[in-house]
Ligand binder design. Sequence first.
Ligand code: ZN
Length: 90
Amino acid sequence: MLIIPCPDCGARDYTEFRYGGDANRARPPHGGGSLQDWHDHVFVFDNPKGPHHEYWQHVMGCREWLVVERNTASNTLISVRRARDARAGR
Ligand SMILES: [Zn+2]
C-alpha cells in the first residue's frame, strides 16, 4: 500500500489520487508539435526502475497536482511537493 502525504490534506491512501504521468517529460507546445511528437507524448512511456518523478492529482481531496518522487522498485516515496511549486523551482 502506498500512502501519499498531501501538503493540504495530510497522509492519504494512493487510491484517493490519480496518476498523471511522468513529471520529467515536457509536453509539446499547445497548438504546436508534430503528430509524432503528440503520439510519443501520449502513448510512449519509459519504464524506469528506481527513483522517478511522477504527477499525481488528489482527485478525492483538494484536487491539487503533486510531483511525487517514488522509487518504482520498492514502491516507496522519496518526496512530495505541489506541482506549481516544482514548476516555479521552489
Ligand atoms: Zn489533498
